[in-house]
Every structure is written in structure tokens, then in C-alpha cells.
Write a protein that binds this ligand. Structure first.
Ligand SMILES: NC(=O)c1ccc[n+]([C@@H]2O[C@H](COP(=O)([O-])OP(=O)(O)OC[C@H]3O[C@@H](n4cnc5c(N)ncnc54)[C@H](OP(=O)(O)O)[C@@H]3O)[C@@H](O)[C@H]2O)c1
Length: 270
């Protein structure tokens, strides 16, 4: 049975088509045209991005429904190697209904799959690669060990997109060259941190789970050694599925990343 989702303040249950419309992909402004970069996360009400090292316990039926619909309409799923190692991605990442929807809309049955790893510490014989419905794109740095790169080239397309780390701008350019315009990143926190630092987050889909996790769990963003000032987001919608909130934030329209910085950031005048 489908988990009911409504707009906040409304009792009308949203259909899948209405949900997909609520999560429509906006074309990023400016030149050159680059892919739309959307990040999707779930967090507890007290900000935890994982419980016991994984995100599974944070999601519920409403989160899973939106998670699947976001995958349904994207060109490529982008994940960091830490998320792959923790969450064990393998096999088809979409249900048969979503695959049929895609082919019915002139899209390939499966979205592309791109993963980001600086070290290439990935097992080419793992189910991720053995069961992949499409050949993965592996974005790495020039400093990645040559032997690991050679091993992974058997099972995926390995592309260098940065010297010591994967540079988000270079990664976005590689994704565009592969024909991927609607990029859905499912994290994790360090990948998100690097894209935030680069000012390349167009859209943040955030499920707030009605749970408190306590402890010192990680947040949805991490890393980012060269901290940037907080950036303001525009709230695109608030949906709810029972006690779960499904928020969509996006980059404020018509403003560049610097203009979008929050005016409430600490000033340097003291
Ligand atoms: N709540 C949620 O929605 C959600 C979503 C995703 C993940 N998670 C949780 O987050 C945790 C994993 O966190 P994480 O920060 O390790 O995840 P992550 O960002 O997926 O993985 C970090 C790793 O990805 C690679 N990476 C990311 N950005 C890079 C860059 N710019 N350049 C080069 N390599 C880059 C590196 O891999 P190498 O080490 O191979 O170089 C790095 O160690 C898990 O507990 C997972 O369950 C939660």
C-alpha cells in the first residue's frame, strides 16, 4: 500500500504525478549550462544522518516513496564511496514500476550510476559492480593508485576529475559530458560538504524523521576544511507523511551563490 503524503496543511493525498511535479527539475541559471545538482538526505529531528552507521533506521514509508520517485526522474545517481561502503548499493536501484515509467517517458530503464572516490578503495568483484544494471562511472583523483584504477576499469568507466580530490566543478562537467543533466546525489555527508563548499548545490531534499537519535551521530554534511559562510536556501515545499516531514529547499532564484549567502552570518566588524 502506498504511504499517504499530503502538502502541509492539506488533507488531500498527493498522487505520484503530483509528487513528481513538486520535485520537478529546474534548469540551473547561468552559463555554461551545467547539470542540475540535487541532494537527497534523511535526518532525525535532532540532526543525525545515521543510526549505527547507516541511514536505514531513519527512513519510513513516506521517505521511501519520495526516494524512489526522485530516482525515477533522474539521469544519474551520484554517491560518495563512503555511502557505497556503508549502505551496500547493489543490483537494480529502481523498482519495476519506475523502470516502466521511465521507458514510457523515453528514458533508459535504469538511471546512470556515478560514484566518487579519491582512493579507489573499492572491490571490483563486489555485488555493486557484478550486479550493476548499467556500467558505473567512477570519478576519482589523479593521485589514485594506478593498480586500483586498472582493476576498476574492468567494471566501470574511471575518469579523473581533480588532482588530489574530486573537484565538484570537474565532476559536474564530466557528468554533463556523459549526457547527465538531472543529477540526484544520495550523499553522503563528505560528498555533500565538498559540493556545498564549491557552491554547487541546486536543490536539497530533506526528510526530517520523527526520531531523536541522541549521541554524536554525523550530520548530513561533513568535511569541508575550507569552511564557507552559510548560504541561504529557499523553501520550495513542505510535505508530510504522518509525522515525517518532506522538505525541499533550493538555491534562491536569480541570485548567484555569493548573493545567496545569509545576511545573518557573523560579521567581521567586532
Ligand atoms: N542520512 C542520509 O540521508 C545519508 C545519506 C548518505 C550516507 N549517509 C551515511 O553517511 C555515512 C558515510 O559518510 P561519508 O561522509 O563517509 O559518506 P560519503 O561522502 O559518501 O563518502 C566519503 C568518501 O567518498 C569519497 N569522496 C567524497 N567526496 C569526495 C571528493 N570530493 N573527492 C574525493 N573523494 C570523495 C571518499 O572516498 P575514498 O575514501 O574512497 O577516497 C570519501 O572517503 C554512512 O553512515 C551513511 O549511512 C546518510
Amino acid at each position: 500500500m502506498t504511504t499517504p503524503i499530503t502538502a502541509a496543511g492539506s488533507a488531500a493525498e498527493l498522487t505520484d504525478d503530483e509528487l513528481m511535479a513538486a520535485y520537478a527539475w529546474d534548469a540551473p541559471a547561468g552559463e555554461p549550462v551545467r547539470p542540475h545538482l540535487r541532494f537527497n538526505f534523511v535526518a532525525s529531528a535532532d540532526g543525525a544522518a545515521a543510526i549505527d552507521g547507516r541511514s536505514g533506521a531513519l527512513g519510513d514509508g513516506a521517505d521511501h516513496r519520495v526516494f524512489e520517485l526522485l530516482r525515477r526522474t533522474c539521469d544519474v545517481i551520484l554517491v560518495g564511496a563512503g555511502t557505497v561502503r556503508a549502505e551496500g548499493y547493489a543490483g537494480a536501484l529502481l523498482g519495476t514500476e519506475s523502470q516502466a515509467w521511465r521507458t514510457g517517458h523515453g528514458m533508459p530503464a535504469h538511471p546512470g550510476f556515478a560514484l566518487v572516490s579519491g582512493t579507489l578503495n573499492l572491490d571490483p568483484d563486489s555485488p555493486l559492480f557484478e550486479q550493476a544494471p548499467v556500467r558505473p562511472l567512477i570519478l576519482t583523483a589523479a593521485t589514485a593508485p594506478a593498480d586500483r584504477r586498472a582493476a576498476l576499469e574492468r567494471v566501470g568507466d574511471v575518469v579523473v576529475a581533480g588532482e588530489r580530490t574530486v573537484e565538484p566543478e570537474a565532476a559536474a562537467a564530466v557528468l554533463a559530458q556523459h549526457g547527465f543533466q538531472r543529477v540526484l546525489s544520495e550523499g553522503g555527508p563528505r560528498l555533500f560538504g565538498s559540493f556545498q563548499t564549491a557552491g554547487l548545490v541546486d536543490d536539497l531534499c530533506l526528510t526530517v524523521s520523527p526520531l531523536m537519535a541522541a549521541g554524536s551521530a554525523l550530520r548530513i554534511t561533513a568535511g569541508a576544511p575550507e569552511a564557507v559562510p552559510p548560504r541561504r536556501l529557499e523553501l520550495a515545499h513542505v510535505l508530510r507523511g504522518g509525522d515525517t516531514l518532506l522538505l525541499r529547499y533550493r538555491r534562491p532564484a536569480g541570485r548567484n551563490p555569493e548573493e545567496a549567502q545569509t545576511s545573518s552570518s557573523p560579521s567581521a566588524t567586532t
